[in-house]
Write a protein of this length. Structure first.
Length: 288
């Protein structure tokens, strides 16, 4: 992980923590190479998850470390989820890391699991928000005192102006828990309105990630992410997808892209088979 505030507390005593891959302005290249070497010696493989909004210098550092070590045991996964959604995804991968999955399956599972994380935020302004299309009328409403907007960035973009008659954004069709993180907002809309509408089982609170205000374009927000918390469900979900062998590096994968070498499957094998392990009409993961 590239930021300590994206490492959520473990769900149980078995869930391991995550290693922190420091930015170039914090750690020298020599030290970063040494730390990665130790991780490889201790664990065999490293799955590094980092946000798409990471500083370019930090991303170059990750690739430099892998290049210097000349290692094919380091997966670099750029994830286009909001910060709290990434934190949830990383914890799910930490949960799965103690299961009997190979490193290649763990790495490629990140793309699968991200489709089941409903990540969004309550915003008091969308004037600087550009992650989801915002029309001029909605922009104009941002200037009205007291305006609030419910935004879902993943898996499908949604933006709703909150009002007495407004319906909340469409949520997951399967049982989830909800992680919330407050910024400079005192609104209880997420807990009092969104959570019941989405029929979440439990609400948890976390510290707002430091990257969230920049990602959402405002510090007046309440970020949230609905997710699958049960490791047994996560395990069945990953098991329900057909496994392939990467024709380039030889590692196992699910989906159509190797998490370690980023090589796509040949067209004839580019498919996913889903067993429908989630109840209540959960959608199958998209073929991407």
């Amino acid at each position: 992980m590239t930021s300590v505030d994206l490492v959520l507390p473990p769900t149980d005593q078995q869930t391991p923590t995550a290693a922190l891959l420091q930015a170039p302005d914090v750690q020298s290249l020599e030290m970063a190479i040494g730390d990665m070497h130790v991780l490889l010696e201790q664990h065999g493989y490293v799955v590094a998850v980092y946000p798409s909004a990471i500083a370019p210098a930090h991303e170059r550092r990750l690739y430099s470390v892998r290049s210097v070590l000349e290692s094919d045991r380091i997966a670099l996964l750029k994830v286009d989820l909001p910060p709290l959604g990434i934190a949830v995804l990383v914890r799910q991968l930490r949960q799965l890391s103690i299961c009997d999955f190979s490193p290649g399956v763990i790495a490629s599972a990140a793309r699968l699991l991200s489709h089941y994380i409903h990540a969004g935020a309550l915003l008091h302004s969308v004037t600087k928000f550009d992650r989801v299309p915002v029309d001029l009328r909605t922009h104009a409403k941002s200037w009205v005192p007291g305006s609030q907007f419910a935004v879902v960035a993943s898996p499908q973009p949604q933006l709703v102006t909150i009002g007495p008659k407004a319906e909340p954004p469409t949520g997951p069709e399967f049982p989830t828990e909800l992680m919330t993180a407050k910024g400079q907002s005192q609104s209880e809309w997420v807990k009092q309105t969104l959570a019941p509408a989405w029929k979440v089982q439990t609400i948890h609170e976390a510290e707002l990630p430091s990257d969230s205000p920049a990602w959402w374009g405002t510090g007046k927000l309440v970020e949230f992410a609905a997710y699958l918390p049960d490791i047994s469900v996560l395990y069945q979900l990953v098991c329900s997808v057909r496994r392939e062998i990467c024709h380039w590096c030889g590692l196992e994968l699910i989906g159509d892209l190797c998490g370690f070498c980023s090589s796509p499957l040949p067209a004839a094998e580019n498919r996913m088979h889903h067993a429908g392990v989630l109840s209540q009409g959960a959608p199958a993961p998209p073929q991407s």
